[in-house]
Design a protein around this ligand. Structure first.
Ligand code: NAP
Length: 456
C-alpha cells in the first residue's frame, strides 16, 4: 500500500489526489490531504470572488474526490512553521509527500507610501471579503470615495467588481456579515483600474472584463486616446493583424466602451475607469493615510515594454488596492527559489542540493508560479503524479506508520477531519438561515474550530 500525504486542499491538491486515485499502476493507495486551515478547497473557498457562483460550484466536484474511501482529509494541520509538522517528519510518516501549498503572499509594489493606512494588497482585501480566518477586520471600504486598483489582471478585476457591487447584489452570496455591511455602506463612487502598460498587455481574460460592463449600477469609462497609444490597438482596428485571440477580444470590448456616448451620472452610480500607460511611483499621504497615487505616464518602447515619458499624473484615492500578483513563500525545511517564489523541481520532483529528492513533490502555484486558471492545475498535477508513480516501486518498500494521523495526534495536533468540516458546513448554513440568507461563512478561527467540534 502506497501512503501519500498531499499538503494543501485547494484545486492543485485535490487534482493531485484525483490523479493518484486514477492510477491503475498504483493499485493500493491511501492519501491524507492535509491543510493548515480547518476547511478544504483553498482558493476556491478563499480566493474565488463570492459573486462567481459558477466557479465556486467547483467545490462540489472537489468534494467528490475528498469523499472517496481512500482519502482522509485532515484540516488544521500545518506543514512547516513553528507548531507545524516539518517536511523531514512528513517524509518519515509517508512514502511520498506532495506539496500543493500555493502562493500565499502578495508581490510587493516597492514604491514609497506602500505601507500607508488605506493601502492594501488585493490579497488582504480578498481574504477579508472571503472570510479567511487570518484576515484583518477593515473599515477601508467605508472611508473611501475614490479607490485605485493597481494592476490589470483578473484579481484587479475581481476587487474592482466587488467595490462596485452593493449589498443587494451580494446578499445572495456567502460573503461574511461584516464585509456585506461594510460594502453595503461603502461610499466608493470612483474605481480606477490602472495598468502600467497598454491594453494589449493587460492580463485579464475577456469574460472577466465583459462582466464589469454588466454590473447593474456601474458605468465603465475608457479613454479612446489612451487605447490608441497602444500599437496593437491601432493594428487590431485594421484588418487581419495577427494578435492572440484574447488580446483581440479584450481590445474589442474596450473599443466598444470607449465609443459609448457620454451620459449624465445617475444617482448612486459607480464609475469604473480603466486606465493604461500609468506606472505607480508613489502613494501620496494626507493626515497619515493614503490620499492618492502618483503615476509616471509611460509610452510603448517598441518591444512590448514601456518607457517613462517624464510626465506625471496624480489620482486621488482614499483606498489603494495593489493587485500586482501573488508570490510563493518559503516553507521551512523545503528548498525555495527566492527569485521565482517557487520550490525548485524537475517534472514535479523536489530538487534538494542539486538532486531530485525521492518521495518529495510539488504541484500547483508553488511549482510553476501564480499563473493560469483553476483548470491549469490539472495538467500540472498529472505531470507530478506521473513522476511519483514512476518512483513508487522504490518508495513503497520503506516501512511507514499505518496511521500517521495517530502519530500526529500523539504529538499534540488536533486535526479537523471530514466530519468536522461537515459540522462547519452545517453551522454556516444555520448562520445564514438566522440572517435570512443562504449559507454565510464563519470568519474566525475560534468560530470555525468550535463549529468543527460540534460547539456553538
Ligand atoms: P497577474 O495576472 O499576473 O496580473 C498582475 C498585474 O499586475 C499585471 O497587470 C501586471 O502588469 C501588474 N503589475 C505587476 N507588477 C507591477 C508593478 N510593479 N507596478 C504596476 N503593475 C504591476 O496576477 P493576478 O491578477 O494576481 O492573477 C493571478 C492568477 O490568478 C492569474 O493567472 C489570473 O488569471 C488568475 N485568476 C483568475 C480569475 C478568474 O478566472 N476569474 C480570478 C482571479 C485570478 P505587467 O503585465 O506589466 O507585469
Amino acid at each position: 500500500m502506497l501512503r501519500v500525504a498531499v499538503v494543501g486542499s485547494g484545486p492543485s491538491g485535490v487534482y493531485t489526489t484525483q490523479e493518484l486515485l486514477r492510477q491503475s499502476r498504483v493499485p493500493e493507495v491511501r492519501v491524507h490531504v492535509l491543510d493548515r486551515l480547518p476547511t478544504p478547497y483553498g482558493l476556491v473557498r478563499y480566493g474565488v470572488a463570492p459573486d462567481h457562483e459558477k466557479i465556486k460550484s467547483l467545490q462540489s466536484s472537489l468534494r467528490t474526490v475528498l469523499e472517496d474511501d481512500r482519502i482522509t482529509f485532515a484540516g488544521h494541520v500545518e506543514a512547516g512553521g513553528s507548531g507545524g509538522v516539518s517536511p523531514a517528519r512528513l517524509k518519515e510518516l509517508y512514502h511520498a509527500v506532495v506539496y500543493c501549498v500555493g502562493a500565499a503572499a502578495d508581490r510587493p509594489l516597492s514604491v514609497p507610501g506602500e505601507g500607508l493606512p488605506g493601502s492594501l494588497s488585493a490579497t488582504e482585501f480578498v481574504s477579508w471579503y472571503s472570510a479567511h480566518p487570518d484576515a484583518a477586520a477593515g473599515d477601508f471600504a467605508l472611508l473611501a470615495r475614490s479607490a485605485v486598483v493597481i494592476g490589470v489582471g483578473n484579481v484587479a478585476v475581481d476587487v474592482a467588481r466587488m467595490l462596485a457591487r452593493g449589498a443587494a447584489e451580494l446578499r445572495g452570496t456567502d460573503v461574511p456579515r461584516a464585509a456585506l455591511d461594510m460594502l453595503g455602506a461603502s461610499r466608493v463612487r470612483e474605481v480606477h483600474l490602472v495598468g502600467r502598460r497598454g491594453p494589449s498587455a493587460a492580463r485579464f481574460t475577456t469574460k472577466e472584463l465583459r462582466e464589469l460592463g454588466a454590473l447593474p449600477r456601474a458605468r465603465i469609462i475608457v479613454d479612446g486616446a489612451e487605447l490608441a497609444l497602444d500599437p496593437a490597438y491601432a493594428a487590431a482596428a485594421g484588418a487581419g493583424e495577427p494578435l492572440p485571440a484574447v488580446v483581440r477580444r479584450n481590445l474589442d470590448v474596450l473599443r466598444g466602451w470607449a465609443g459609448a456616448p457620454p451620459q449624465a451620472a445617475a444617482d448612486g452610480e459607480r464609475r469604473i475607469r480603466l486606465r493604461f500607460f500609468l506606472r505607480p511611483v508613489e502613494l501620496l499621504e494626507r493626515q497619515g493615510r493614503v490620499a492618492g497615487v502618483r503615476f509616471a505616464r509611460t509610452a510603448p518602447d517598441g518591444s512590448g515594454g514601456v518607457r517613462d515619458t517624464g510626465e506625471h499624473e496624480d489620482v486621488e484615492a482614499q483606498l489603494v488596492l495593489r493587485a500586482v500578483g501573488y508570490r510563493g513563500t518559503p516553507l521551512p525545511g523545503l528548498p525555495f527559489d527566492p527569485v521565482h517564489g517557487t520550490v525548485p523541481h524537475v517534472a514535479g520532483r523536489v530538487v534538494r542540493d542539486g538532486r531530485t529528492s525521492p518521495g518529495e513533490y510539488v504541484a500547483g502555484w508553488i511549482k510553476r508560479g501564480p499563473t493560469g486558471v483553476i483548470g491549469s492545475n490539472r495538467s500540472c498535477a498529472k505531470e507530478t503524479v506521473a513522476s511519483l508513480v514512476e518512483d513508487a516501486p522504490l518508495l513503497v518498500g520503506r516501512e511507514v506508520p499505518a496511521d500517521p494521523l495517530a502519530v500526529l495526534r500523539d504529538q499534540g495536533l488536533r486535526p479537523v477531519e471530514w466530519d468536522g468540516w461537515l459540522s462547519i458546513e452545517r453551522a454556516e448554513s444555520a448562520l445564514g438561515r438566522s440572517l435570512g440568507r443562504g449559507r454565510v461563512k464563519i470568519p474566525d478561527w475560534s468560530g470555525l474550530l468550535d463549529a468543527a467540534r460540534g460547539g456553538p
